[in-house]
Design a protein around this ligand. Structure first.
Ligand SMILES: [Zn+2]
Length: 260
């Protein structure tokens, strides 16, 4: 049996939070072996961990999304990260999602301050980082380069960057996760770019409930759709489906230090 991993599910989202057990059941029926539940509002981490605590095949991250940084600061982020790591270290596999998003008008200095707070704590605890990057390639590379010596493994989640950004991230030993965006009709440039990413650095995600892959756009996304994304990746790159599934699953386990 060939087992897949969905490396980004937002179980805390309104559209998913009341059906976690159904989603998990359907995921298992669709050859999903593990799921990574993403915390993107650190003030709701307790709620997020309660949703998944009975599901041993669900891992969880701890972090505060750049779009949520308006009402907090680096000091508070550091305190909440450290407190929760201490309390839930047996379940937390990584820090994030964190990062930079210049698409909306959240002040850059606020985002950078909070992002660096995550990187400091991740470095201190040797935890991998799940990173969100939108329209912020230059600052992202600058900050990751600054931290690269002390920081553990880095995952650029829902990769949509330029070829130049991809090359710099490869040099920084980053991993990349690919989402349903690679199936979108208007994503032909991205489909070209992902050809340069080494398979040894690739994992897959649905980002449920967002980014539903073609041909299901308009519906709520779910881990059960993950195989569509992997099939599309194989069609684009010419890689074999079974090999890709196996390698990407191993990549996830290496990245998040999962020993099962
Ligand atoms: Zn994101």
């Amino acid at each position: 049996m060939n087992n897949l991993i969905d490396s980004h599910v937002n179980f805390g989202h309104e559209l998913l939070k009341n059906s976690v057990s159904d989603i998990c059941k359907e995921a298992l029926e669709n050859n999903i072996e593990r799921i990574l539940s993403i915390n993107s509002n650190i003030f709701e981490f307790q709620k997020d961990i309660n949703l998944i605590k009975d599901f041993n095949f669900v891992d969880i991250t701890l972090g505060h999304h750049p779009n949520n940084t308006l009402n907090t600061n680096a000091e508070e982020i550091k305190r909440l990260l450290n407190e929760n790591i201490k309390k839930f270290e047996d379940r937390i596999v990584g820090i994030g999602e964190t990062g930079l998003d210049y698409h909306y008008n959240i002040p850059k200095n606020k985002q950078i301050e909070c992002f660096k707070a995550h990187l400091d704590v991740a470095s201190a605890h040797n935890l991998p980082c799940v990173i969100h990057m939108r329209d912020a390639e230059t600052d992202m590379i600058e900050i990751l380069s600054e931290y690269s010596k002390k920081l553990g493994k880095i995952l650029i989640h829902c990769f949509t960057g330029s070829e130049e950004f991809a090359e710099k991230c490869i040099d920084l030993d980053c991993f990349f996760s690919l989402s349903g965006i690679i199936t979108f009709k208007n994503a032909s440039k991205l489909r070209e770019t992902i050809k340069i990413l080494p398979l040894e650095r690739i994992i897959f995600e649905t980002d449920s409930p967002y980014l539903t892959p073609d041909p299901y756009r308009g519906k709520v996304n779910k881990p059960g759709y993950l195989k569509i994304i992997i099939e599309k990746y194989c069609e684009i790159t010419g890689n074999d489906y079974l090999t890709t599934s196996k390698i990407s699953t191993n990549n996830y386990k290496k990245l998040f230090k999962i020993n099962v």
